[in-house]
Design a protein. Sequence first.
Length: 361
Amino acid sequence: MAAVDFHGMKRVALLGATGSIGRQAVEIVESHPDLELVAAASGSRPVEGLAPLTQVGGDLTELLERAQPDVVLNAVVGFAGLPATLWALEHGVTLALANKESLVAAGELALAAQERGGGLLLPVDSEHSAAFQCLDGRSAEQVHSLVLTGSGGPFRGRSRDDLDAVTPDEALAHPTWQMGPKITVDSATLANKGLELIEAHFLFGLPYDRIEVVLQPASVVHALVRFRDGASLAHLGYPDMRVPISFALTYPERAATPVAPLDFSDGLRLEFEPPDLETFPLLALARRAGEEAGTYPCAFNAANEVAVAAFLDGRLPFLGIAATVEETLAGIDGAPAHDLDELVDADAEARRLAERGLRVA
Ligand SMILES: NC(=O)c1ccc[n+]([C@@H]2O[C@H](COP(=O)([O-])OP(=O)(O)OC[C@H]3O[C@@H](n4cnc5c(N)ncnc54)[C@H](OP(=O)(O)O)[C@@H]3O)[C@@H](O)[C@H]2O)c1
């Protein structure tokens, strides 16, 4: 589809407008005179009046067809965001992607769609936005390795025994980021870093053995790229999603945001530590799923979505989330999906296995 010139205005379709990212995106759009919200969607909560075109639930690609935006900000949570991701990539419409689950589950299909569509894929996930900026268009060949940072979540430093009886409320109390419930639980289990590892592999074309995860509890360093000449570039800033949202929506400009620049008189601490892979097995499981490729990443994501929902409902203990994902991965063949139908089948099969595991447990 040819880009439409709206006299310098960038027409934004915001999917997941009622969520944590969605609400911050509305704030960014409203504060920027060159951004216009032309469409807004949610899963069930009302979005009327947010934009000229709105939709609650259903097939979000119908809304995108009607809106013909310049940018799709996909801030839907979970696999439900996949059709919109593929629509934007296939149509060559700039995709500002917060919905990491769609790229994790459908990495190969998404990259093939982008190859055909030829549009921009701009990460909104803070670590990937940071890495994108450090890379500045350089090829994977010039990169020694990529370092994704994480806060470690609310349970950093705890042992497995300590985690036996943690409640959803405890898991939802993130030390540095205010986010929706699913990603907050994913941060507590480190599944979020696992999803981000797979997301980074697809976004930047790096093999898994050149992507490292390091904890930086203050969440000030968002990513770091080590280049082959020995130089390392890092991206720093206070943890505030309005920065990567604004970057993606106003790219290639860098518009002003209300976020304060770093203040060194404020006792800035840049301490790093390795993640505890034994207490938080989902990070290593994600790495294995990514390396095994095929539909293993899709199954990892599906089983994790089922398990997190069960944990939040009080049907599964915290440590049961990793156990459910591990059992699901052991029960599938991981055969690659050649098209969207096969991928949707693989997702459904992994969900069935994960649900069955919950009933047995
Ligand atoms: N929050 C963050 O700081 C952050 C940071 C990095 C990446 N992300 C990623 O951004 C995405 C959104 O996260 P969030 O924290 O903003 O989640 P959230 O607060 O739970 O919001 C999720 C949004 O998705 C909508 N939604 C859910 N199912 C849908 C469906 N089937 N069709 C259409 N819309 C649907 C929800 O609508 P209803 O309100 O109607 O349910 C809501 O607007 C996730 O993929 C997350 O991993 C978030």
